[in-house]
Design a protein around this ligand. Structure first.
Ligand code: PNW
Length: 447
């Protein structure tokens, strides 16, 4: 048996999902409306007018879902807590039924010997907070302080690994700039920069909640989808160019977290649109983290140019998943982990998401032959293994996603799961990729 593709001892293998994409029960047991519940009702916002109302009904089916996870040998599960279940209005009155639900959920995971990795915020801002300014406002930072403290106090006896926020860019720039994600606003560049800044403050506030109330063994970090760049050739010139490109594109999020300051070049280029920074903000944003979570799906190729670097466009025939933004670029796991380590000195990296979405995963005679997914994930893991061999401190990998789910503005047609969900019957069918991944986990090596 070849040893070459074995992962380090104690490497963490898991799967990931997020509350709004799987739970359903959107208005059950006192849950408040989220910006996504509202946005999904805007005509044209989500494909086919689909909503999050039922999704995979994980709210009611979590026990069987955890049994299936265990059967597949999955020992780590990255989930998120729905803020509007805990505080329907974002702050103020606490919804005890929401706390009860996550208590049952976590206990049920532990019964199946699955370790929870909890994301505090995966895009489902309470609509009531949006009505008071949402990410534009520091009201949200204050509300997040209360929310994060409450959940760390409530679940910290059983949850040791915390992720403050998922993908700042997606709920700020895409929600308030591009407008294709909730709340679907179109704001000025200054406001967008302020939404980033307020999100960074929440990250700091969440870190503090874990430090204060999480107990001695608790660890915390953020999950980012910092843009990934890949040198088109692994020559010194292209690698140097790629590093410069990487640093330029991470000036808004990773730089402030890991250096405690926005790069001067960023502040210069934003000019009067730069975020308003209050005293103490940068210290809060750069509270030391225990790990960095990275969601890695694809990268952009870069080459050296006399004046610096050049990003290369993808041709139309370049291979991708059904969602065309997801180009087949396995080297993304190599460069996407190596560069934060080299540029920002990040220690302890987890891939908190990687996977792919297809339209045509079908159950035939009880099976789903998603060879395309198995192949893609395998290729990305080979490159991740190479990163570890080269000394990049990658400690774990979470596959997105455990089961098909609500893929935001794409609705339900794009399936990211290694488990197929029949949305009419809620029947779960592990796909071929699930059986394959199960062997990877048990063997701790790529098979
Ligand atoms: C992530 N991109 O989002 C999210 O964290 C998940 O909730 C989501 O379901 C998953 O990836 C699959 O889309 C991303 O355009 C969305 O590069 C888009 C991009 C990256 C991540």
């Amino acid at each position: 048996m070849s040893k070459a593709l074995t992962f380090p001892k104690k490497f963490v293998w898991g799967v990931a999902a997020a509350a709004p994409q799987i739970e359903g029960a959107a208005f059950v047991d006192g849950k408040g409306e989220s910006v996504w519940d509202r946005f999904a009702r805007v005509p044209g916002a989500v494909d086919n007018g689909e909503t999050l109302d039922v999704a995979c009904d994980h709210y009611h089916l979590y026990k069987q879902d955890f049994k299936l996870m265990r059967k597949l040998g999955i020992k780590n599960y990255r989930l998120s807590i729905a803020w509007p279940r805990i505080y329907p209005d974002g702050d103020g009155a606490l919804n005890q039924k929401g706390l009860d639900f996550y208590n049952r959920l976590i206990d049920s995971m532990l019964d199946q010997e699955i370790t929870p990795w909890v994301t505090m915020f995966h895009w489902d801002l309470p609509q009531a907070l949006e009505d008071r300014g949402g990410w534009r406002s520091r009201v949200t930072v204050d509300a997040f302080r209360g929310y994060s403290q409450t959940i760390v106090k409530a679940f910290g006896d059983r949850v040791k690994d915390w992720i403050t926020l998922n993908e700042i860019i997606c709920f700020t720039a895409l929600g308030y700039g591009q407008g294709d994600k909730a709340p679907g606003a179109k704001e000025s560049q200054q406001v967008i920069n302020q939404t980033y800044h307020n999100a960074l403050l929440c990250h700091g506030v969440g870190m503090q909640a874990v430090r204060e109330y999480g107990g001695r063994r608790a660890r915390a970090g953020i999950t980012d989808n910092s843009p990934v760049f890949i040198p088109v050739s692994e020559t010194e010139a292209d690698i140097e160019a790629t590093k410069r490109c990487y640093a330029d594109h991470n000036a808004r999020i990773l730089a402030p977290i890991y250096t405690g300051a926005y790069p001067a070049s960023y502040l210069r280029s934003e000019g009067k649109d730069r975020p308003i920074v209050a005293k103490g903000d940068m210290e809060l944003i750069s509270v030391p983290t225990d790990f960095l979570g990275l969601n890695i799906y694809c990268g952009t190729f870069v080459r050296a140019k006399r004046s610096g670097y050049e990003k290369l466009p993808f041709s139309e025939s370049y291979p991708s998943a059904s969602c065309t933004w997801l180009k087949h670029t396995p080297q993304a796991t190599y460069w996407g982990t190596r560069l934060p380590h080299e540029v920002y000195g990040v220690k302890d990296i987890y891939i908190t998401e990687n996977g792919c979405g297809y339209y045509d995963d079908k159950v035939e005679n009880g099976e789903v032959f998603d060879l395309h997914r198995r192949d893609l994930v395998r290729n990305y893991l080979v490159e991740l293994h190479r990163a570890i061999q080269d000394g990049v401190p990658v400690r774990g990998y979470f596959l997105w996603s455990f089961m098909d789910n609500f893929e935001w503005q794409d609705g339900y047609k794009t399936r990211f799961g290694i488990t197929h969900v029949d949305y009419k019957t809620q029947k779960r069918t592990p796909k071929l990729s699930a059986h394959w991944y199960s062997k990877v986990i048990t063997g701790n090596r790529i098979v």
